[in-house]
Write a protein of this length. Structure first.
Length: 958
RNA sequence: GGGCGCGUAGCUCAGCGGGAGAGCACCUCGUUGACAUCGAGGGGGUCACAGGUUCGAUCCCUGUCGCGCCCA
C-alpha cells in the first residue's frame, strides 16, 4: 500500500473530523474489547453535564483531563471504560421547555397538564439534548459512547426508586413539616446548596411593641419594648419577642406579654440565647414560620407557627385560621386590606401603617446577607411545608470515615478539609421538588393521608388496598375493583406529585450507570471506579452524595481518588459569566486553533490547586507547537526516515542516536510519572520541551549532515532512529493531542493498528509478557508494587554520548551568542580555532565538523596550541575556542565582554568561598552538597584563569 | 466571624530548603537544504513586607499588608 504524503500544511479541522470517524468505526473507545477481556479495567464516570448544557471552558478542562487519563491507561493496556451520559437537570430543563412554549405562544405548562408537558420535554430532549455530547466528541473525549446513559433512563429510574424505597424503609428518608428554602418564582422547595447568600443593602426597622396592660405612648419608653427587624412584613406572623437571658435591661420583662401592633395578638416575651444584646435593640421579634432561627426559637419555647405568606410570596390572611385565631374584633379588616399583596409591597404598607400609629421608632441602613435562588435569582422565602428529607447526618458518617481512613483520597489533599467541614455539619437534605420534570417520588397516599412507599405503582396500590380492606375502610370487592382499574381508585389512592432533587439520581451515577440494580455484571467489574475528576464547586452537590450513596448501597467507596481541578477564568482572573460578557467559548477556540491546541493548553495550565486564567494567546502558542511537530514529521518523511521491523533502539551505535535514545527514555519517564501523579502541567511541559527543544532543535539539526550524506551504516541507523523517536513522541503526545498524533501515525508509516490502541512506551528491556502482567494484575494484590511500573532509563543511559553531544551543543550555542553580540552577520563565515585541544576534543571536532560549521556559520575548523592574536576567545567545557576576528570586530567590545565574564567568575568564587569558609556549613551540610560546592569552585577558578589569559592576549594584540 | 488559597520577569504562570525558570510580549539579526504558525541571540526579577527556625530560606514557621473563593 502506498502511504499518503503528509500535507504541506497542518489543518486541524480536517484532521479532527477524519480521526473522530476512524475511532468511531474501529470501536476504539469501547470497553470490553475482546482482546482486553483479561486486562485490568480502568473506569471513570463522566460528571454528567446537564442535558440542556453546551460546552463551556469548565467542561473542556474537566473532560480533557479525564481523556488524558483514559487514553494513557488505554495505551498501557487497561480495559478502559469511560462512562458517558447526561443529567436531566430538573429545574433547568423544565425552564428551557417552558420558555420555548412561551416563545412559540403555545399553552403554558399548567394549561397543558402534567402528562402532555412531560411528553414535550422528552420531545425537546430528543431534538436538542444531544448538543453537548457532540461537543464533547469534538473535544476528542474517548468515552464509550455506545453506553451513553441519561439519569431518567428506565434503568437509572429503577435505581432511583429502589434507593428511595430502601432508605425509606430504613428510616433514612422521611417526610417532615419544617421550614424549607422556598423559591416563590419557581414555586418549589430547594436545598441549602441551591441557595446563594447575597449581600444586600437594606434597612433595620426599629418597632415599638406595646406591653400588655400599659397604655401605649410613643413618648413613654416604659410602655413598650423595641424590637429590630430586617423583615417588618413578617411581623404579622410574630408569636413572641425574644431577649437574651443575660440582658439585664429586659430581665423583668421576661414572662410578660406584648400586644402585636396592628394585629392585636397577645404574644409572650421569652428569654433565648439567640437574641444578641449587641445587635439592634437587643430584643428580636420571633416569627417561627418565616425565619430559620426563629423556627428554632419557636421550637424551644413551644410557640405557634403562623404562616402569613402564600407560595408566591404574597400575604395570605383571609381564611388563614392560624393567623385569625384568637384575634380581637376588627382584626379581619386589616386582613382584608392586605390579603394578596406581594411581600415587598406589603413591607412598605405595613411600615407606613406602623408609622401612622407611632409604632415605628427609627430606620437604620443595614447591609446584610439575603438568600437568593441560584436558578431563579429571586429572594428565597423560608416557608413551612411538608417535604421529603434524607437523613444526611447518618449517611455522612461512613462517607467521612472512608476519607479519614484513606479509602478515598482527594488530590490535592487540602480539599479533604472542605469535605470534612461540610460533612460534619451537614443538615437534613430536602429532596422533594415541586416540579414535573424528574423522578416522581414513589409514594402513594390513601384517603386518610397514610403513605405507601414502593418501587412500583402496583406494589404500592396493592399494599394500600390491602391495608384499607383490613381496616374495613373499603370492602374486599371494592379493593379488587380498584386494583384492576386505575380509574376506579382515582381520588382514593393518589401518588405524591413531587419529584426528586436532580442530585439524588446523580448521587447513584457510579453504580446506576453500570446496570445496578438490574444487572450487576459490570458493577462487579467496574465498581469502584478508578478516579473521579471534577471541579471543587460540586464537592458538596455531587462528590459527597456519591460517597454517601456508594458507601450505603455498594458497601464500598465509589472511587479511591478524587482529582479536584480548578475553575477556568478569563485572562484577568474574573469568573466567566454571560452577564460580564467575558465568556470564552471553547468551540470557538477549537475552530480557530484546533481541539489539540485547546486540550494541550488546558493540560499545561492545570497546575494543582490553582485557577486557570486563560488567554487565547496561549492556545495559539500550542497550535504552533502542533505545527512544529507536523513539520518535523514532514522532514523525516522527506528524508525517507523509516523504522525497520527488527530495529532495536537499545542497540544503536552512533553517539547521536544513543543520545536521543537516552533523552527519549528520560522524557518517557517524566511524562509517565507526571500523569500518574495527576501533574498534568508537568507532563505537558516535559513532552513540549522534549519535542521542540531536544528533538527538533538539536537531534534533527545534528542528524542533517548524516541524512544528507552518503549511504552507510551510520545513515541507515539514523534514518531508523529519527523514525523511532518520532513514533515515541507520537505515543507520548497522544493523550494530550490525540487528533494530530493519530493522523501523523497513519501517514508516517504502515501501521498494524491505530495509535489510540498502541502500547505506551515502556521501560526498555521490559518484555511484553511483563507489560501484560502489569496491565492485568490488580493493584492491591501485592504481587507487583507500583515501583516496578516506574520506567528505567538504564538501558539507554550513555554518559559518553551525553558528554559529546553536550559539547557540540555548548560550542554552537557559545559561538552563536558571541556572533550575535558582536553583530556578525550570518553571511560572514568565520573560521574557528580550537586552542590546546585535547585528543578527545579533536576527535569530536572532526566527527561533528559539518554540523558545527553549518549551525554556527563557520568556515574552516583548525587546531593550534594558542589562540591567534586578537581573536574572540570562548570557553567551552574548559577549553578555548577562538574566532580569529581581528579587524572584523571591535577589540574594546571584546575586552568589555571578557571583563563581564571575569566579574561573573569572580563573583561565583567569592560566593562559594563564603560558604566553604563557613565551618558550620562544612560541618552540617550533606557531603554531596559540600562536594558540589568544591567542584563549582574549581570550575570557576579554572574559568577565571582562562579569561585572564584571554585578556592578556587581547592586550598583546592591541 | 470561620475555613481554603494566592501575592515570583511587562503579562499568564511553573518551581518550593543548597547557584532564580517557561510561554507570551518586547528588542536585535535572519529568504541557512521541515517549519516565518519559523530560526538565532538579547534585555528584564531586593521571588509582597517584617520577624523567626537553619550552616544556608523564594521555598519551612509566625505576624502584617493586599487579592480571590467557600461557609455562617
Amino acid at each position: 500500500m502506498h502511504l499518503p504524503m503528509i500535507e504541506k500544511n497542518y489543518q486541524p479541522a480536517d484532521i479532527e473530523t477524519r480521526m473522530a470517524r476512524l475511532w468511531e468505526e474501529a470501536g476504539a473507545f469501547k470497553a470490553g474489547r475482546p482482546e482486553r477481556r483479561d486486562a485490568r479495567p480502568f473506569t471513570v464516570v463522566i460528571p454528567p453535564p446537564n442535558v440542556t448544557g453546551s460546552l463551556h471552558m469548565g467542561h473542556a478542562l474537566n473532560n480533557t483531563l479525564q481523556d488524558i487519563l483514559c487514553r494513557f491507561e488505554r495505551m498501557r493496556g487497561r480495559d478502559v471504560l469511560w462512562q458517558p451520559g447526561t443529567d436531566h437537570a430538573g429545574i433547568a430543563t423544565q425552564m428551557v421547555v417552558e420558555r420555548q412554549l412561551m416563545e412559540r405562544q403555545e399553552p403554558g405548562r399548567r394549561d397543558m397538564g402534567r402528562a402532555k408537558f412531560l411528553e414535550r420535554v422528552w420531545q425537546w430532549k430528543a431534538e436538542s439534548g444531544g448538543v453537548i455530547v457532540n461537543q464533547l466528541k469534538r473535544l476528542g473525549a474517548s468515552c464509550d459512547w455506545s453506553r451513553e446513559r441519561f439519569t431518567m433512563d428506565e434503568g437509572l429510574s429503577r435505581a432511583v426508586a429502589k434507593v428511595f424505597v430502601e432508605l425509606h424503609r430504613e428510616g433514612l428518608i422521611y417526610k417532615d413539616k419544617r421550614l424549607v428554602n422556598w423559591d416563590p418564582k419557581l414555586l418549589t422547595a430547594i436545598s441549602d446548596l441551591e441557595v446563594q447568600q447575597i449581600e444586600v443593602k437594606g434597612s433595620l426597622w426599629y418597632l415599638r411593641y406595646p406591653l400588655e396592660g400599659k397604655a401605649f405612648n410613643p413618648e413613654d419608653s416604659s410602655s413598650f419594648i423595641v424590637v429590630a427587624t430586617t423583615r417588618p412584613e413578617t411581623m404579622l406572623g410574630d408569636t413572641a419577642v425574644a431577649v437574651n437571658p443575660d440582658d439585664e435591661r429586659y430581665a423583668d420583662l421576661v414572662g410578660k406579654h406584648v400586644i402585636l401592633p396592628l394585629v392585636g395578638r397577645k404574644i409572650p416575651i421569652v428569654a433565648d440565647e439567640y437574641s444578641d444584646p449587641e445587635k439592634g435593640s437587643g430584643a428580636v421579634k420571633v416569627t417561627p414560620a418565616h425565619d430559620f432561627n426563629d423556627f428554632e426559637v419557636g421550637r424551644r419555647h413551644n410557640l405557634p407557627q403562623i404562616s402569613v405568606l402564600d407560595q408566591e410570596g404574597c400575604l395570605a390572611l383571609l381564611d388563614n385560621e392560624d393567623y385569625l385565631r384568637g384575634l380581637p374584633e376588627g382584626a379581619s379588616q386589616l386582613a382584608e386590606e392586605l390579603h394578596g399583596i406581594d411581600r415587598f409591597a406589603a413591607r412598605k404598607l405595613i411600615v407606613a401603617r406602623l408609622e401612622d400609629f407611632g409604632f415605628l421608632e427609627r430606620i437604620e441602613p443595614n447591609t446584610h446577607m439575603v438568600p437568593h435562588g441560584d436558578r431563579s435569582g429571586v429572594v428565597i422565602e423560608p416557608y413551612l411545608t411538608d417535604q421529603w428529607y434524607v437523613d444526611a447526618h447518618t449517611m455522612a458518617q461512613p462517607a467521612i470515615a472512608a476519607v479519614r481512613s484513606g479509602a478515598t483520597n482527594f488530590v490535592p489533599k487540602n480539599w479533604e478539609k472542605t469535605y470534612f467541614e461540610w460533612m460534619e455539619n451537614i443538615q437534613p437534605w430536602c429532596i422533594s421538588r415541586q416540579l414535573w420534570w424528574g423522578h416522581q417520588i414513589p409514594a402513594w397516599y390513601g384517603p386518610d393521608g397514610k403513605v405507601f412507599v414502593a418501587e412500583s405503582e402496583e406494589e404500592a396500590v396493592g399494599n394500600a388496598l390491602g391495608y384499607y380492606v383490613e381496616q374495613e375502610v373499603i370492602t374486599p370487592e371494592q379493593g379488587d375493583e380498584m386494583a384492576r382499574d386505575p380509574d376506579k381508585r382515582e381520588g382514593f389512592i393518589t401518588r405524591d406529585e413531587d419529584v426528586l432533587d436532580t442530585w439524588f439520581s446523580s448521587a447513584l451515577w457510579p453504580f446506576s450507570t453500570l446496570g445496578w440494580p438490574d444487572d450487576e455484571t459490570d458493577v462487579a467489574r467496574h465498581y469502584p471506579t478508578d478516579v473521579l475528576v471534577t471541579g471543587f464547586d460540586i464537592i458538596f452537590f455531587w462528590v459527597a452524595r456519591m460517597m454517601m450513596m456508594g458507601m450505603h448501597f455498594m458497601k464500598d467507596v465509589p472511587f479511591p481518588t478524587v482529582y479536584i481541578h480548578a475553575l477556568v477564568r478569563d485572562e484577568k482572573g474574573a469568573k466567566m459569566s454571560k452577564s460580564k460578557g467575558n465568556v470564552i467559548d471553547p468551540l470557538h477556540l477549537i475552530d480557530d486553533y484546533g481541539a489539540d491546541a485547546l486540550r494541550f493548553t488546558l493540560a499545561a495550565m492545570a497546575a494543582q490547586g490553582r485557577d486557570i486564567k486563560l488567554a487565547s494567546q496561549r492556545v495559539e502558542g500550542y497550535r504552533n507547537f502542533a505545527t512544529k511537530l507536523w513539520n518535523a514529521c514532514r522532514f523525516a518523511e522527506m528524508n525517507g526516515c523509516a523504522l525497520p521491523v527488527d530495529f532495536d533502539a537499545t542497540q544503536a551505535t552512533q553517539t547521536l542516536n544513543r543520545w536521543i535514545a537516552h533523552e527519549t527514555a528520560r522524557a518517557t519517564r517524566e511524562v509517565t510519572e507526571a500523569i500518574e501523579a495527576y501533574r498534568f502541567n508537568d507532563a505537558a511541559a516535559s513532552i513540549y520541551r522534549f519535542v521542540w527543544n531536544v528533538y527538533c532543535d538539536w537531534y534533527l539539526e545534528l542528524a542533517k549532515p548524516v541524512l544528507m550524506g552518503e549511504e552507510g551504516a551510520a545513515k541507515s541507523e539514523t534514518l531508523a532512529m529519527v523514525a523511532w523517536a518520532r513514533d515515541e513522541i507520537l505515543k507520548l503526545l497522544h493523550p494530550f493531542m490525540p487528533f494530530i498524533t493519530e493522523e501523523l501515525w497513519a501517514v508516517t508509516a504502515k501501521r498494524d493498528g491505530l495509535l489510540v490502541l498502541t502500547e505506551w512506551p515502556r521501560k526498555a528491556g521490559l518484555t511484553s509478557d511483563e507489560a501484560v502482567m502489569m496491565a492485568t494484575t490488580s493493584p492491591n494484590d501485592g504481587l507487583l508494587p507500583p515501583v516496578l511500573l516506574a520506567l528505567d532509563t538504564g538501558d539507554f543511559s550513555d554518559p559518553a554520548a551525553e558528554a559529546e553531544i553536550g559539547w557540540v551543543v555548548d560550542l554552537v550555542t557559545a559561538i552563536r551568542s558571541v556572533r550575535a553580540e558582536m553583530n556578525i552577520t550570518p553571511a560572514t563565515l568565520t573560521p574557528l580555532v580550537l586552542a590546546g585541544a585535547s585528543d578527545e576534543t579533536k576527535g569530536r571536532a572532526q566527527r561533528w565538523n559539518d554540523v558545527v560549521r553549518r549551525m554556527a556559520r563557520l568556515g574552516e575548523i583548525s587546531f593550534a596550541d594558542r589562540p591567534p592574536e586578537g581573536a574572540v576567545q570562548l570557553l567551552v567545557r574548559g577549553e578555548v575556542a577562538a574566532l580569529p576576528l581581528k579587524g572584523v570586530i571591535d577589540l574594546s567590545a571584546e575586552k568589555a565582554r571578557l571583563d563581564k565574564e571575569l566579574a561573573k567568575a569572580e563573583a561565583d568564587i567569592k560566593r562559594v568561598d563564603a560558604k566553604l569558609g563557613n565551618e558550620k556549613f562544612v560541618a552540617n551540610a550533606p557531603d554531596e552538597i559540600v562536594e558540589e560546592e568544591k567542584e563549582k569552585r574549581e570550575a570557576a577558578v579554572a574559568r577565571k584563569a582562562r579569561i585572564i589569559e584571554a585578556l592578556e592576549r587581547l592586550k598583546n594584540a592591541a
